[in-house]
Write a protein that binds this ligand. Structure first.
Ligand code: SF4
Length: 455
């Protein structure tokens, strides 16, 4: 795409301690013939990139960004793109690839990064290679193009990258067969669900334990769905096999708790018996999201309130502490829905559950990305004040109330891959207000978009 080239130095830019997020991509890049060196940095790489380029090295800089991180790093991505090819991956790039490309990134990763990253390096060095590479979006100067989709097999890639000391929670499941309209997972991975095999987990565990990391955590959209054949009901023997493999190799497995939370349907007596024997955690994170059946239906959860209550009660019965996720202010939430959710909060607290509270975030790339967040309902504030004294509240619901407005604006000001940004109706006025009211650093490129649209 951009001329012939020799060995490439890849710079991975991590921020806020998110180093582990690069483990899969580093593991894939280390096998790419053209990659001579992988460097991981935790600060603006401009000087490093300039030095490497001056000494004649080919350099490509990779970012991995969620939307909050993108808000922080947008200015830097724009600056670094002027001195070296920049590739941006992560949930924000997947859901709004045109935004990162408008900043000057040469490619945005829109699916499995393990397939995209080595192919991007190859294409940037070899004019004859595929462009856009698989799982990648690019800007041609007049339009946006998205390459073909390639779904990788998790077993083909290590979950960790010891050479850089990256030992993240082991990813045991990617993609989700449910369709919650607020969630990025089913849309990001085209709904395809893949599991990592027990053998691969066992091999990784040996290395984690050898490196002194006995606590083995997993990452999965629904941790207790591991090995499920119909993706709707649990498979206790698959869970047993997984946990045993970790234990037999000296690891202490944590499953069904962050970051491998679960849905109510998967919290059954059979599953809890297995966890009790083999898992190290005594907390189970259960996604309930609302105390209203109507709202659960509206956001496409696919379970009711009763099932979630039962799951929490079963967890308590088996000696686990259920940590129940609830989201305040989901689109379509009525006064009655709020009352029902508050009622559920008190009921759960009296059962012995903890509540992990969230404010609705209009995540990019989801069907609800264009929904403007509402202020937190006063009934929720009152309920939280009363429950705080009982020590059962956790979560970042307060911070997310502000973040939600910014996230909405990211989509509302530039909602689609059109040649020029076409803001949603009323977005410019609303978002210029949001911008003025907040002191978010390094937002200059987006502030400029807003200001130019306001003029
Ligand atoms: S919220 Fe959970 S169950 Fe729903 S789509 Fe996302 S990962 Fe799947």
């Amino acid at each position: 795409m951009s001329g012939a080239g020799g060995p490439t130095t890849v710079v991975l830019r991590s921020a806020y301690g998110g180093r582990n997020g690069f483990a899969h991509v580093a593991s894939a890049l280390s096998r790419a013939a053209r990659v001579a060196r992988i460097i991981l940095v935790e600060e603006d790489p401009s000087n490093l990139v300039a030095r490497l380029s001056e000494s004649g090295r080919r350099v490509i800089v990779f970012y991995g960004v969620s939307t909050p991180l993108y808000l922080e790093l947008a200015g830097e991505i724009e600056r670094v793109s002027r001195i070296a090819p920049v590739v941006v991956g992560g949930p924000h790039a997947s859901g709004a690839y045109w935004q990162v490309l408008r900043l000057g990134a040469v490619a945005a990763v829109v699916g499995d990064g393990e397939a995209a990253a080595p192919a991007i390096v190859e294409s940037l060095s070899n004019d004859a290679a595929e462009w856009p590479p698989p799982n990648t979006a690019v800007y041609t100067g007049s339009s946006f193009r998205v390459g073909r989709t390639v779904l990788i097999d998790l077993d083909d890639y290590d979950p960790h990258y010891p050479q850089l000391g990256l030992y993240p929670p082991i990813e045991i499941m990617r993609g989700c067969s449910f369709r919650c309209r607020f969630c990025q997972v089913p849309w990001e991975f085209k709904s395809s669900v893949r599991f990592r095999g027990v053998e691969s987990v066992a091999r990784a565990t040996v290395e984690y334990v050898r490196a002194g990391r006995r606590d083995i955590r997993f990452v999965a959209p629904i941790g207790l769905a591991y090995g499920s054949e119909d993706l709707k009901t649990p498979n206790p023997s698959a869970l047993e096999e997984l946990l045993r493999a970790v234990r037999d190799r000296g690891g202490r497995p944590y499953l069904g708790t962050f970051p491998s939370e679960t849905r109510p349907e998967f919290v059954t007596p059979e599953v809890l018996r297995v966890l009790k024997r083999l898992a190290h955690n005594r907390r189970i994170s259960i996604g309930m999201q609302s105390g209203s059946d109507e709202l659960l239906r509206f956001v496409g959860r696919g379970h009711g309130v009763e099932e979630a209550m039962e799951a929490a009660a079963t967890a308590v019965e088996f000696g686990f502490t259920p940590v129940v996720d609830l989201i305040f202010g989901m689109p379509g939430e009525s006064e009655g829905d709020v009352e029902k959710t508050v009622e559920a909060m008190f009921k759960l607290a009296s059962m012995g559950a903890r509540l992990r509270l969230h404010s609705f975030l209009p995540l990019v790339g989801t069907p609800l990305a264009r929904s403007r967040p509402k202020p937190i309902h006063p009934l929720y504030r009152k309920a939280v004040m009363r429950l705080l004294g009982r020590g059962v509240i956790e979560g970042y619901w307060r911070e997310q109330e502000e973040l939600g407005k910014l996230m909405y604006c990211m989509t509302a000001l530039d909602p689609a891959p059109t040649p020029e940004p076409k803001p949603l109706k009323g977005a410019v006025e609303y978002c210029s207000g949001v911008w003025r009211g907040m002191s978010v650093a390094r937002l200059d490129p987006y502030r400029e978009i807003v200001e130019s649209l306001v003029q």
